[in-house]
Design a protein around this ligand. Structure first.
Ligand SMILES: [Fe+2]
Length: 224
């Protein structure tokens, strides 16, 4: 099994590198570091297959317009309407998937390693009334997202924190976003993120997610 995984990884890496600019950032933790909340097999497949596929397909979509490889991923997904019409959907889906997963890994951390500080607790209470109220609103957005998508904590242009959800690989930075703002926390509620361990019980996955949030990073992003 290890050998098969190694061969697949090498093949994926070769095919990926040959297409263009957008590459996966290295994970800052091991595949098993988030166990038991997120199992290592899910983490391995999520990063090496799903995330990699978004990067590969984004690079493929840009092949006709290689000058776009020079752009930052944020620049691409914030200005989809200005891209050539024939690649807008591909960039929305795969550029969104690439960006969202890059972001997702940064706000995860092994349980107990990045707890919520009193300062962040105060900020969340100011915005939502209590930590329980914040978590309930976030869980409701994550569980209530029909089909595939994400729930987010975002900071809007006035500095207020808001909980939203988006379908598919959309996010609050895109031009067509219903509510715009800077992501500071997210949960991936595509089935590929939880089905191996939690099957159809998305609500159990969403409640367990709090065990592996990197609150230090969330606080840093809010302060930016
Ligand atoms: Fe995902």
């Amino acid at each position: 099994m290890k050998r098969v995984k190694a061969i697949l990884f090498v093949l994926l890496t070769i095919s990926f590198v040959s297409f263009g600019q957008f590459k996966l950032p290295p994970l800052q933790f091991k595949y098993n570091a988030l166990e038991p909340t997120i199992d290592s097999t899910t983490m391995y497949i999520h990063y090496n297959f799903h995330h990699t596929a978004y990067a590969t397909n984004l690079n493929k979509a840009l092949e006709k317009y290689p000058e776009l490889y020079k752009k930052d991923i944020l620049e691409l997904i914030q200005n989809i309407n200005e891209l050539p019409a024939d690649i807008q959907t591909a960039v929305r889906n795969n550029g969104g998937g690439y960006y969202n997963h890059n972001f997702f890994w940064t706000i995860l951390a092994p349980a107990g390693t990045a707890p919520m500080s009193p300062k962040l607790e105060k900020i969340l209470v100011e915005n939502f009334g209590s930590i329980d109220a914040f978590k309930a609103e976030f869980e409701k957005a994550a569980v209530g997202r029909f089909g595939s998508g994400w729930a987010w904590l975002i900071k809007d242009s006035t500095g207020k924190l808001r909980v939203i959800s988006t379908p598919n690989q959309d996010n609050s930075l895109m031009q067509k976003a219903e509510v715009k703002g800077k992501p500071v926390l997210a949960i991936d509620v595509w089935e590929h993120a939880y089905y191996l361990k939690y099957q159809n019980k998305r609500v159990v996955y969403v409640k367990a997610f709090w065990n592996v949030v990197n609150w230090t990073e969330v606080e840093r992003l809010i302060a930016m």
